[in-house]
Each structure stands twice: as structure tokens, then as C-alpha cells.
Design a protein around this ligand. Structure first.
Ligand code: GDG
Length: 477
């Protein structure tokens, strides 16, 4: 047995996610904070990172995962046929699950073929994963692309401890039950040993779904039971690598991209927003709120720049393409009506900016606008806080509908649907005295380490490793 030979006291870890950052030949490509953290988890346990290769192929894809070993980690990936990608990813995951989980029943597209394709692709992923599993492996499945994967693995004989973490919100039963194949999905989810959510609210919503529709019985704090099996439902709020992000932001003062940007806006104050182009992020409402702020505060004309960095995302999904046009039109119209010969109020980029420059731009900003209509956590809010200088920190304006609002109470918390109230919050942030800015920032900054991404994965794995014990006398029935 390899495990015993390696003398490892900890079980091997198998991470499953839709995207797998397979290292390319030359060195290591820079990846996001989450990818770096999961790699650290895999390095410490040794194991496999399994998922989609990112490739779409014409013919039928090989059922054998392509494997690449780098140190302790084996990256194992499958290709997808175009049609499967359309049904599973663009269809069911992003046109049905995503809108429902973000409380947007008006945008949900239900299509029987998408549903069938989603379960078929999950089955195919499970079938190809089973031969790679060793009996003691801990399996950690990520996100809404793979809700039924744990059940599919069980059906194929996997007796491992299998955990699941949902990066997006889980809505209350009345909203959640609009998911196509709701009952099948809920039942499948009870096959996991640990179900992790971003917030207590999401975990509670999920628990209410289980109980209301009889998928499982609540037996003690966060512990549910069905068919003689017990599993844990719990909040594991995610965060960033706090120290690494602080260091990057401190260094970024010398970054040439950041310096050029500073020169181009001159003495103007900076308001910043950073989001994937997604309707859940409330970008249109935010642009409107900024316009409202400028209109009702004539003194800021010519004195403020709002930089919105918005890389394109899921452009093959019609709702995203439509939104791309709407935001561009809104920004264009605002700049056209409020701008002046020597002042462009909104700088709007549909491109990614590199990580280090992003940190420097956050640091330069007086106001961070994080106003999603609904968001699992929102890491931009935490990055913005980590990037500030303690001597002269900027102010975070944060939607009450972001998971991060449950922790970052030093932010100005807004209802992003209320354009005028958001505009008033921008005005308040713009004029806020140093002392209040420092107090608010210090209280937020102090909370960041609690959810540091390295604390987060260790916390999740500690629960996955050890079956939850019910304290004596704590049974609810
Ligand atoms: C999902 C959930 C949850 C963005 N633009 C650029 C860029 N980014 C980086 C940000 C941040 C990340 O992307 C976005 O993370 P968020 O958390 O804000 O949002 P989602 O992508 O929707 O993520 C969310 C998250 O999963 C983790 O569980 O918090 O609620 O929806 O790190 O900095 N990075 C670079 N250039 C860009 O232009 N380099």
C-alpha cells in the first residue's frame, strides 16, 4: 500500500472541481487564491486534483483521465464533448442552478435535455474517478457543477468519507425547490458526509430544505440522519490568504501599471469595483448609484474616478451576453451625460488586470464598491480590506446580500437595490473622517484571519476526517 509505504499518517486527499489548474510545462502559472490554497491542502496530504481539463473536443472524449504528476499531486482531467459542455455547464449549471441559488427565478431556464446532460456528465466523472480512489482517501467535491457526484460515487461502490463545499448561496426552500430535479438533487446531496456552506444562513436554508421535504431528519446541532447514515451540515466561510495579499498590496505601490494609472487620474479620488461580468454582482445598479451620487453632489464633479474592472464571463450564456450589452450601454450613457471635456466619470474595463496591479489599485482607492444582489461570500470585499494602508484606509461599501456582510460589519452596509441609499453611502464614504475610517477598517481587518483560506481548508478537512459525534444529551429527538 503506497500510503503506508510513504509513512503518511494522514489520508490522501482527492479534490474534485470543474476547473483544474494543471501546471503547464514552464514553471507554475499564477493562479487565484483558492487554487493556491487547495494546492497547499493537496501538498500536505498528497493526492489527486480531479475535474474537467478545460478542453472541448469534437468526437467522444476519452473516458480515461489524462494524468500529470507534479510532486505530491496528481492532476487528473477529462475532456468534454461540445454537446455535454453545452448541457452540463452552460445549460443546467449556469442557466438553472446559478440563477436559482442567486434568488433569480426570473432568469431560470429549465430544459429536460440540460438536466439529463448534467446527471450524465456527473455519472461519467464518477465512473472515471472510481478507479483512481483508494479506500482511505478523503474526497472533497467543490461547487454546483457536481451536486450529485457524491451519490454517483457511492452508487459505484465508494465507501470513502466524501465532503462537499458550495461556493454560492443556498436559498430557502420556497426558492430552492424551483430547481429542476430538486428532489433528485436533494436526495443525492444526502450521500455526502459533510456539506459545507459559506454562511450560517445558507446552512440553515439547506437544513430547512432537508427537513421540510423529508430528505433527512435533524438529530443534533448540524447533524442530520437518513437511511441509518448521519452527515454534517455546517458553515465554513471562505477567505483569502491575508498575509500574502497584504504583502502584494504593499509592494504594488511601486508597480508601473499602478503608477501609470495614478498619473492618468491625477489628484482625483478613486472609487473601485471588481467583479466578473455576472448579473448577480449588481453592476448596473452600482453604475446607476454612482451616477446618482455625482448628480446629487456637484462638488465631486471632475474630482472622482470610478474604475470598474469587469472581466467577461460565461459569454456563451445568453443572459450574460445580454447583460454585457446593458452594462456597456449604461456606462456609455452615464459618461456621455455627466462627463466633461477633461473628465470621464467611469472607467470601464472588460478585461482582467493582473493580480499585483489589482492589489495596488485597491490600495489606491478611497472607496470600494462591493454591491452584489446576491453572493456566496465575495472575496473582493476581503481583498479590498487587506490591501488598505492602516494610515489612510479606504471605505468599503458592502451589500447586505453578500456572505461577507455577515463578518465585515465595519463596512457601510447597503441594500444594493436601493440606488439612492447606495449613492448616499458613496457620499458618506467620500467625506468620511480619517478617525472613523481607521476604526471601521481596524474592526474589519481584525476579522480577516478567522477565515484565512488556509484556516478554511484545514477546518473543513478536520471535519471531513472525523465523523461528527453527538454530545450526550444533545439529541433533538
Ligand atoms: C465564487 C462565489 C465566493 C476578478 N477580476 C479580476 C480578478 N478577479 C478575482 C478577484 C477575486 C475573484 O476573482 C472573484 O472572487 P469572488 O468571491 O468575488 O466571486 P466569484 O468569482 O463569483 O466566486 C463567491 C467565491 O466563489 C469563493 O468561494 O466568494 O461568492 O460567487 O479573487 O480578485 N483577478 C485578477 N484580475 C481581474 O481582472 N487577477
Amino acid at each position: 500500500d503506497d500510503n503506508a509505504a510513504a509513512g503518511a499518517s494522514t489520508a490522501r486527499l482527492v479534490v474534485v472541481s470543474n476547473r483544474v489548474p494543471v501546471p503547464t510545462g514552464t514553471g507554475h502559472k499564477a493562479a487565484g487564491g483558492l487554487a493556491v490554497a487547495l494546492e497547499a491542502a493537496l501538498k500536505s496530504h498528497g493526492g489527486v486534483w480531479y475535474g474537467w481539463s478545460g478542453r472541448i473536443v469534437d468526437g467522444p472524449p476519452s473516458p480515461e483521465p489524462e494524468q500529470k504528476r507534479v510532486g505530491e499531486i496528481t492532476f487528473a482531467v477529462l475532456d468534454l464533448a461540445q454537446r455535454d459542455y453545452d448541457l452540463y455547464y452552460s445549460g443546467f449549471a449556469n442557466r438553472a442552478l446559478w440563477p436559482v441559488c442567486h434568488y433569480r427565478l426570473d432568469l431560470i431556464q429549465i430544459d429536460g435535455e440540460d438536466t439529463e446532460g448534467y446527471f450524465r456528465v456527473n455519472d461519467a466523472f464518477a465512473t472515471s474517478l472510481v478507479p483512481l480512489l483508494r479506500p482511505d482517501d478523503l474526497v472533497w467535491v467543490h461547487d454546483y457543477h457536481f451536486l450529485p457526484l457524491g451519490k454517483a460515487l457511492r452508487d459505484r461502490g465508494a465507501g470513502n468519507r466524501i465532503g462537499f463545499f458550495l461556493h454560492i448561496p443556498w436559498p430557502p426552500p420556497d426558492v430552492a425547490s424551483a430547481m429542476p430535479a430538486y428532489a433528485t438533487l436533494l436526495e443525492a446531496l444526502t450521500a455526502y458526509d459533510v456539506l459545507g456552506f459559506q454562511t450560517q444562513q445558507d446552512a440553515e436554508n439547506f437544513g430547512r430544505c432537508l427537513e421540510r421535504d423529508g430528505f433527512a431528519r435533524h438529530v443534533a446541532d448540524g447533524i442530520y440522519e437518513t437511511g441509518g447514515r448521519r452527515f454534517l451540515v455546517k458553515a465554513f466561510p471562505i477567505g483569502i490568504d491575508v498575509e500574502a495579499f497584504r504583502r502584494t498590496a504593499n509592494r504594488a505601490v511601486r508597480n508601473s501599471v499602478v503608477q501609470r494609472f495614478r498619473a492618468s487620474i491625477g489628484e482625483r479620488r478613486l472609487v473601485i469595483g471588481v467583479d466578473r461580468l455576472d448579473y448577480s454582482k449588481g453592476i448596473r445598479e452600482r453604475v446607476d448609484a454612482f451616477g446618482c451620487f455625482v448628480r446629487s453632489n456637484p462638488k465631486v464633479r471632475g474630482r472622482v474616478t470610478y474604475l470598474q474592472i469587469t472581466p467577461k464571463s460565461r459569454s456563451e450564456v445568453p443572459e450574460y451576453r445580454r447583460m454585457q450589452e446593458e452594462v456597456a450601454e449604461e456606462v456609455g450613457s452615464l459618461n456621455g451625460s455627466l462627463g466633461e471635456l477633461d473628465w470621464i466619470p467611469v472607467r470601464y474595463l472588460n478585461q482582467t488586470v493582473n493580480h499585483a496591479s489589482l492589489a495596488g489599485l485597491y490600495r489606491m482607492a478611497s472607496v470600494g464598491l462591493v454591491t452584489p444582489l446576491r453572493d456566496g461570500m465575495n472575496l473582493v470585499a476581503k481583498e479590498f480590506v487587506a490591501a488598505q494602508s492602516p494610515d489612510d484606509p479606504g471605505v468599503l461599501i458592502l451589500s447586505r446580500f453578500a456572505g461577507a456582510a455577515h463578518e465585515l460589519d465595519g463596512a457601510l452596509i447597503v441594500n444594493p437595490y436601493d440606488i439612492e441609499a447606495t449613492a448616499r453611502a458613496i457620499a458618506r464614504a467620500y467625506d468620511m473622517e480619517l478617525e472613523e475610517r481607521q476604526e471601521r477598517w481596524a474592526s474589519m481587518s481584525a476579522r480577516l484571519p478567522e477565515t484565512d483560506v488556509n484556516v478554511w481548508w484545514k477546518h473543513f478537512l478536520s471535519h471531513l476526517e472525523t465523523p461528527a459525534a453527538i454530545p450526550a444529551g444533545a439529541e433533538t429527538s
